[in-house]
Design a protein around this ligand. Structure first.
Ligand code: ATP
Ligand code: MG
Length: 784
């Protein structure tokens, strides 16, 4: 027997050596599905199948590269490079490059990323004389994306009764029209968006029999990993391709289906058995990855989902450590705990940085972990998502700071000169660039001397206003720290307000990221520069320098000894010795937007299952009592998933904050601070600037005492939005024995008030919710 078969268990070997005909492997996490797929490819090649005839679809490009490498190792030659292996998108893009001319696209078509695609939608909306505030590019874009993934083209979209009803209900009847115009525009530009890579591939196979024939005979063997997450268009394409030879092998786990929001459906697994005669089904139940404790916990939690395909996942591995459940005061404490813990584990058990993964539900959560790891000098790398400082909105904001610090930074200037929109259009920008080149001066100098360049009156005014604003910020530079400048930028540019008003999921994430950025600048500004506690140089220039260095380090793509950070979605299929899952709190995980139906909640639970089953040896689940979200300090209960884990497998611990909290972490949301700071005129320098340049347009004097919670401009969060009543009450006089009402915890009696005068903390005995410690600066409390 070939050596590579020796290491497999019986059902695994059965799956690997089943060469002809459809094969489905449904199995739990860590049971060797991906290993089977890889070994099967090697086995096929070993049995005379040409690498050119094998198509393998994986979940990430990284997984594809790893598979190739492993296959080469098994076979000991370089044949593996001839495999067609990669993600659906990358493999189809490759095929489309060869065939695109047939459907009227240039073979060198452009691929639009989400940003490009949203910007085209916006253009189209405006050209149709529709309001892009109502027909928001994100909202329209996600509708179009869903349609494409369900194989619904513009014509069908416009005539489908249910789709039309849905759009009417949302008061957006013109989406069909926008969809058609958008598709036309992309076609005219010779561009495909991500969804087109699937849709056009399907159309190509459907409408060109000779193309279908060619690829059906090329790909005699098809293998698909993570089949539970394929959507209808992916399903249809693979069905077409496999129709002649029917050598299709799919592996998946219904308990790990986590992409239904992108149109993936578990039905594909169930349908597979109906699509082909004689499907061989193999079940794998032995887990080789995780400790017994981890497997028990994962099994118990997923049991709460109805309608899973029954599986009995077990392991011969050691019982292992208990799962550690960690409560912290704030998200910053959570970050600190994780960094401390990594340091300690490394010393005690000889782990390396790369043995650790930090997983989270939303990208914005990475910030507090990044900060703490950075402070401890622990190398980290963010996978899948964009590093925090590379995200568009963060870059936009930083671009303002860059221009203020150095007006010659033309890239930064171009980024923000008309963002948010202020009437400085493309033509004007081009004109500025040309004039700058002609006169050999910077683009900013052209802007600053706009009067000399013959701009039309309206444009001239817009340029001058922009220039005045930047000068106002610059006037603060000499005596003001980076945070004070940043706060003024957030206020005067309307950047924060713009993001705040964008109510889509992405808008929300962007808004949160800016809050995170402001929080971090604040913390940097207030933290000592050395161990002696000296504050050091806290100027904007100094801040930008350290951010730039951080970004450079992030770009290092080499295999480093670094802690891995990613969302749980991006962690699918991967494994790590030690895993931290952060933010295991109600409204965050499960997400507050996914608790309204059983289906949504079950998908969150599957996501939890995915997170837990990434760990080989050690697992920590952390949750913070309070974290900054949506511009305010939000108090959360622990996730309901925690209650679903049997106590016997768990160690609970409190890693707490308290004295270790520095002021920066407890000062309220950046948004509040922004408003407060502004209400008081900010720093003396801001006042000086105002005397010189006049008051900034939206400034309102405020008589509110400092540290009183300020209500955000509009209700953004469904839960935890303080009503005017709750916010307005003055809780500074609170004393033991008083009765209060908390917006979330209900009625209670104050037992004691402690903490500093600036940051008092009350212990309150709530009638229904027991004893809680409440930070009065942020409490939604009312004295009754
Ligand atoms: P997931 O559901 O997370 O994608 P999976 O089912 O694809 O997991 P793999 O990643 O293939 O599982 O395998 C999990 C771990 O178990 C890997 O480290 C793999 O090398 C190991 N493994 C799988 N089968 C065996 C085996 N028969 N003997 C020893 N180790 C194995
Ligand atoms: Mg796998």
């Amino acid at each position: 027997m070939q050596e590579y078969l020796n290491g497999l268990n019986e059902p695994q070997r059965e799956a690997v050596t089943h060469i002809k005909g459809p094969l489905m492997i449904v199995a739990g996490a860590g049971s060797g599905k991906t290993k089977v797929l890889t070994t099967r490819i090697a086995h096929l090649m070993n049995n005379g199948v040409d690498a050119f005839n094998i198509l393998a679809l994986t979940f990430t490009n990284k997984a594809a590269a790893e598979m190739k490498e492993r296959i080469e190792r098994i076979l000991g030659n370089a044949e593996a490079r001839n495999l067609y292996i990669g993600t659906f998108h990358s493999v189809f893009a490759r095929i489309l490059r060869a065939e695109a001319h047939r459907i009227g696209y240039p073979n060198s078509f452009t691929i639009y990323d989400t940003d490009d695609s949203r910007s085209v939608i916006k253009t189209v909306v405006n050209e149709l004389n529709l309001d892009d505030k109502h027909y928001k590019p994100n909202v329209v874009g996600s509708r179009i994306s869903s349609a494409k993934n369900a194989l619904v083209g513009p014509a069908e979209y416009a005539t489908d009764y249910y789709i039309q009803q849905e759009d009417m209900r949302a008061n957006r009847p013109a989406i069909a029209q926008i969809y058609a115009a958008y598709a036309n525009r992309c076609f005219k530009n010779g561009a495909m968006d991500f969804d087109d890579l699937l849709l056009k591939m399907y159309e190509l196979l459907k409408n060109f029999p000779e193309v279908l024939h060619k690829y059906q005979h090329k790909f005699k063997y098809i293998l698909i990993d993570e089949y539970q997450d394929t959507n209808p268009v992916q399903y249809q394409i693979t069905k077409l391709l496999a129709a002649v030879h029917e050598n299709i092998c799919v592996v998946g786990d219904d308990a790990q289906s986590i992409y239904s929001f992108r149109g993936a459906t578990i039905e594909n697994i169930l349908q597979f058995q109906k699509d082909y005669d004689d499907v061989k089904v193999v079940k794998l139940e032995q887990n080789y990855r995780s400790s017994q404790n981890i497997i028990h916990v994962a099994n118990e939690v997923i049991k709460n989902n109805k309608g899973q395909i029954p599986k009995n996942l077990w392991t011969e591995n050691k019982q292992g450590d208990k799962i550690v459940l960690v409560r912290t005061m704030t998200d910053n404490d959570e970050g600190r705990f994780v960094a401390d813990c990594i340091q300690e584990q490394k010393l005690r058990y000889h782990f390396y940085n790369k043995d650790f993964a930090i997983l989270y539900r939303t990208n914005a959560q990475s910030r507090s972990f990044e900060e703490s790891l950075r402070r401890m000098g622990i190398a980290y790398r963010i996978y899948g998502g964009v590093s925090f400082y590379q995200r568009k909105e963060v870059k936009d904001f930083l671009a303002y700071l860059r221009v203020i610090a150095n007006t010659r930074d033309e890239e930064a200037l171009k980024r923000i000169i008309n963002y948010p929109v202020r009437g400085i259009g493309k033509t004007t920008i081009e004109k500025c660039v040309i004039a700058a080149n002609e006169q050999n001066i910077s683009m900013y100098e052209v802007v600053s001397r706009a009067g000399e360049f013959g701009f039309k009156a309206g444009t001239l005014e817009a340029l001058q206003n922009f220039h005045t604003m930047i000068r106002y910020f610059q006037s603060m530079l000499t005596n003001t720290n980076a945070y004070d400048v940043a706060i003024q930028v957030g206020k005067h540019t309307n950047l924060v307000k713009e993001l705040f008003n964008d109510k889509t999921t992405e808008g929300l994430a962007r808004y949160e990221n800016i809050q995170e950025l402001l929080n971090s600048i604040k913390e940097w500004t207030e933290s000592p520069s050395n161990e002696d506690g000296e504050l050091g140089d806290k100027s904007l220039g100094s801040y930008l320098q350290q951010i730039t260095l951080l970004t450079d380090a992030d770009d290092d793509k080499g295999e480093q000894d670094a802690v891995k950070m990613m969302t749980i979605h991006a962690a699918k299929g991967l494994e790590f010795e030690c895993v931290f899952v952060g933010g295991v709190e109600e409204t965050l995980f499960p997400s507050g937007m996914s608790i309204n139906t059983r289906e949504e909640l079950e998908e969150e639970r599957r996501l939890f299952y995915v997170a837990v089953t990434r760990a080989k040896q050690k697992l920590w689940l952390t949750y913070a009592n309070a974290r900054y979200r949506f511009g305010q300090l939000v108090q959360n209960d622990p996730s309901r998933f925690i209650e679903e884990m049997p106590e016997q497998y768990i160690d609970k611990t409190y890693a707490g904050g308290g004295a270790r909290n520095n002021a920066g972490s407890d000062m309220g949301s950046a948004f509040e601070r922004m408003q407060r700071g502004f209400g008081f005129g900010g720093s003396s320098n801001a006042a000086a600037a105002e005397r010189k340049y006049g008051p900034p347009p939206s400034r309102k004097p405020s008589s509110k005492p400092e540290y009183l919670p300020v209500q955000p401009p509009a209700a953004k969060v469904v839960a935890h939005v303080p009503s005017a009543d709750f916010v307005a009450s003055d809780t500074s006089q609170l004393q033991a024995g008083q009765k209060v009402e908390h917006q979330k915890f209900g009625f209670g009696t104050v037992s004691s008030v402690e903490g500093s005068a600036h940051n008092p903390v009350a212990t309150i005995q709530f009638e229904k919710n027991g004893e809680k410690k409440i930070m009065l600066n942020y409490a939604k409390l009312r004295i009754v």
